[in-house]
Design a protein around this ligand. Structure first.
Ligand SMILES: [Zn+2]
Length: 312
């Protein structure tokens, strides 16, 4: 997602505490955006465990993990300005340099803030995400990732154990889900998971078919996330969730997908399916009804397209 969103300061589970509730207005926020879309961006940093934090605002949620000799960041926010704001927040927590950035997927609101990161930072991403970033770079334009911060360590296995700055981290990929290159980041010792946009605060999963995302892969992936030995799940957008909240999203999406499949089997049109699910028809000049929003195809539309592909 690339929309600006308001951020709230809330408690995180039982041990969370608000570390830096200072709203930081970022001067010149949104340099990479068209004029007229610029708004002040605010970051809010909250603690999850000793040496582990998450930062909302300025794009997708980011993780901050302070290791022995350096800092590992998960996702880099949307613009050079919001990436810089994240680095400024990290500097308030520790003088250690940022050594690694793990990218949960290729969307600009998680990647493009890399432009402000140190030149020698190691960028870790799934092979699918790297491919998508290379395609976006080749296409150019406003959403393109910074050419000098492309992934330098590629993950192409289902799970890989990393030791970064003395911190054990497991990165996982089950299937194409939100995109083809989703990476879920698990801190086994702290029982924390950073889900990327597999989990967000939307009512339904967000799937980018144009990046070869998949609703079936989403269910596999979200089930995998819910099955991890963890208590705190930091979504790509929105507040930290419990395992029960993640599980509820899996159940809801699984049920909805099965219902759509049944309606497709009956030969229903997309409009019929929407009506049967009680979802409004999309606005004449855009998509996004029924839980889509933000200009993205709704889950219903995605599932319908997947299940009817090749029939038309
Ligand atoms: Zn995304």
């Amino acid at each position: 997602m690339t929309r600006h969103r308001s951020v709230r300061v809330g408690s995180v589970g039982s041990v969370g505490s608000v570390v830096a509730a200072l709203a930081v207005a970022v001067a010149g926020g949104g340099q990479a955006r068209a004029q007229g879309q610029q708004q002040p961006q605010a970051l809010v940093v909250q603690q999850l465990a000793p040496n582990v934090y998450w930062a909302s605002g300025g794009g997708g949620n980011s993780g901050i993990i302070i290791g022995d000799s350096g800092v590992i960041v998960i996702d880099a926010k949307t613009t050079p300005a919001s990436g810089k704001a994240l680095l400024d927040e990290i500097a308030k927590l520790t003088p250690k340099p940022v050594t690694h950035v793990i990218i949960t997927h290729s969307d600009g609101d998680h990647v493009n803030g890399l432009a402000s990161f140190p030149a020698d930072v190691k960028v870790i991403a799934h092979a699918g995400a790297k491919k998508e970033m290379e395609a976006a770079l080749a296409a150019g334009g406003r959403g393109a990732p910074p050419a000098d911060h492309m992934p330098s360590q590629v993950i192409d296995r289902d799970s890989e154990r990393l030791m970064l700055d003395g911190v054990p981290i497991v990165v996982r990929h089950w299937a194409p889900a939100h995109t083809s290159g989703d990476l879920v980041v698990q801190l086994p010792q702290q029982r924390i998971v950073f889900t990327g946009d597999i989990i967000t605060n939307r009512p339904d999963p967000l799937i980018h078919l144009q990046k070869n995302g998949s609703s079936a892969g989403w269910i596999t992936t979200a089930q995998g996330i819910a099955g991890l030995d963890a208590d705190k799940f930091v979504p790509g957008h929105g507040d930290v969730e419990t395992k029960a909240q993640v599980q509820a999203q899996v159940t809801s999406a699984t049920d909805k997908r099965a219902r759509i499949a049944e309606l497709v089997k009956q030969g229903k049109s997309l409009d019929d399916v929407r009506a049967a699910l009680g979802e409004p028809a999309p606005a004449p000049n855009g998509r996004g009804a029924g839980g889509g929003g933000g200009g993205f195809a709704s889950f219903t539309e995605v599932v319908y397209q997947e299940l009817t592909a090749g029939r038309r």
